[in-house]
Write a protein that binds this ligand. Structure first.
Ligand code: FE2
Length: 439
């Protein structure tokens, strides 16, 4: 029996070591120790981590790589970013959107990021971003699962024709209903927009992913309405609340009532740590609020929490590299989730949790799953985050689609080892469970 691809001696995110993974016809056929079989291609993982691909459940691909167009964000605030994007929208072309998005997708693949949910602004009457990203979704289909969210960036009610454009975008094939209630003119309009958008989703049997309460205002409580509408319309498990930063500043008693409601509605919570640690708290002097939503508390309530990248080199964020390990690293720092268990959880926030939020089919490293995975230059998920580990190989449908040489440095100081490999620095108090000297 011959396989298309056989990976030998892998460590898995759940802690298993010495595992072989056999793939055929784009699917994983076996995950066990010592598989003895022929394969067209064999990869020796040498005890290193093989992980399901990284998943980014919150991104803006219509704006990515536009940094500097038409100028830089001087204040660093969300509001100047939105204003800047408004200036850029009028001069966008489909070709430019497609070119930048494809370039970002190349970067994503190189980082083992094979599923992305991107919001696309529908407040541009020409729907340039929608047209461009629908084309990109088709072109990257062989290697990236790209979901698109119809996002009324300037407000469903605040922006003329936003609802008409949103419905048109959905008719054109955009997958998911988005929103931005905290940007509507009033709290009442915000709540109305949540209701209307959830109704549109229910009528069309679509998922919802709303930018929700991305503000430091503790009284921004649209997540409550989102959870209520989710329950009223029977959308449990189909709705995500993105950002949720006001929860950081909310009264603790109110949050103690809110979290069970979010859990009951089975809402997926998507935090965006890189962006919100820079955007939030801008109106504070000192102390400055961090502005990240309450990740450990939501975890304790069994709410599915994912971390998104949100932006890379655009009007809101001038940094970023498509590296979901950087996102996980920032998330754990900001949330102070530093126990071994909590760090492992943060790894799940950029893999299995966003896959769950996006409803990805066949995701994972079990028999019968899609043969999609990443070989990292690290022995476990904690080390992967600590090192932002090199993606040695990226596999899609049982085929290697990207390779990166291992990262090593030659030392020229004498009297010390000649080669430094960052993955050699294990914690002294932890048995890694592998006999491989590299791990
Ligand atoms: Fe966003």
């Amino acid at each position: 029996m011959s396989f298309d691809l056989l990976v030998k001696n892998a460590s898995l995110p759940d802690g298993r070591t010495g595992i072989d993974i056999a793939c055929r016809n784009g699917a994983i056929e076996a995950v066990e120790a010592d598989i003895l079989a022929d394969a067209k291609q064999t990869i020796d993982a040498a005890g290193k981590l093989v992980s399901p691909p990284f998943v980014d459940s919150h991104f803006h691909m219509d704006a990515t790589l536009s940094l500097g167009l038409p100028r830089m964000n001087q204040s660093g605030t969300l509001l100047e970013g939105i204003a800047l994007w408004g200036e850029l929208k009028d001069v966008l072309t489909v070709e430019a959107v497609v070119e930048r998005a494809l370039k970002y997708c190349d970067l994503a693949v190189s980082q083992g990021l094979l599923a992305i949910r991107s919001h696309v602004d529908v407040c541009d009457g020409r729907l340039i971003g929608v047209e461009g990203l629908l084309e990109v979704r088709e072109r990257v289909k062989p290697y990236i699962d790209l979901q698109l969210v119809a996002f009324p960036q300037d407000g469903l009610f605040r922006s003329a024709n936003a609802e008409k454009n949103l419905l048109k975008a959905l008719d054109m094939g955009v997958d998911i209903v988005g929103g931005i209630p905290h940007f509507e003119r009033t709290m009442e309009d915000g709540a109305r927009s949540v209701r209307r958008l959830c109704e549109i989703a229910a009528e069309r049997s679509l998922m919802v992913d709303m930018h929700c309460d991305e503000t430091d205002d503790p009284l921004s409580r649209h997540i409550e309405t989102l959870a209520y509408e989710t329950l009223r319309l029977g959308l449990q498990g189909q709705v995500a609340g993105s950002h949720l930063t006001s929860m950081h500043s909310m009264d603790n008693y109110y949050v103690s009532k809110l979290l069970p409601l979010i859990a009951e509605a089975e809402i997926h919570a998507i935090a965006n740590p890189l962006i919100n640690i820079t955007l939030q708290g801008r109106h504070d002097s000192y102390p400055k609020r961090r502005g990240q939503t309450r990740v450990p508390e939501m975890r304790a309530f069994g709410i599915n929490v994912a971390f998104g990248h949100d932006c890379v080199m655009d009007p809101w964020y001038s940094m970023g590299s498509g590296d979901m390990l950087e996102v996980a690293s920032m998330g754990l720092h900001v949330a102070q989730m530093t126990s071994r268990d909590a760090i492992r959880y943060c790894y799940d926030c950029v893999t299995t949790h966003p896959a769950n939020a996006m409803g990805l089919q066949g995701y994972g490293l079990e028999k019968g799953c899609n043969a999609d995975f990443v070989l990292l230059q690290a022995c476990d998920t904690i080390e992967a985050i600590r090192l932002r580990a090199t993606r040695l190989a990226v596999v899609k449908a049982g085929r290697v689609i990207a390779k990166t040489p291992s990262r090593q440095t030659q030392l020229l100081i004498g009297g010390r080892p000649e080669i430094v490999d960052q993955a050699d620095y294990a914690p002294v108090d932890e048995m890694r469970g592998s006999s491989d000297p590299d791990c």
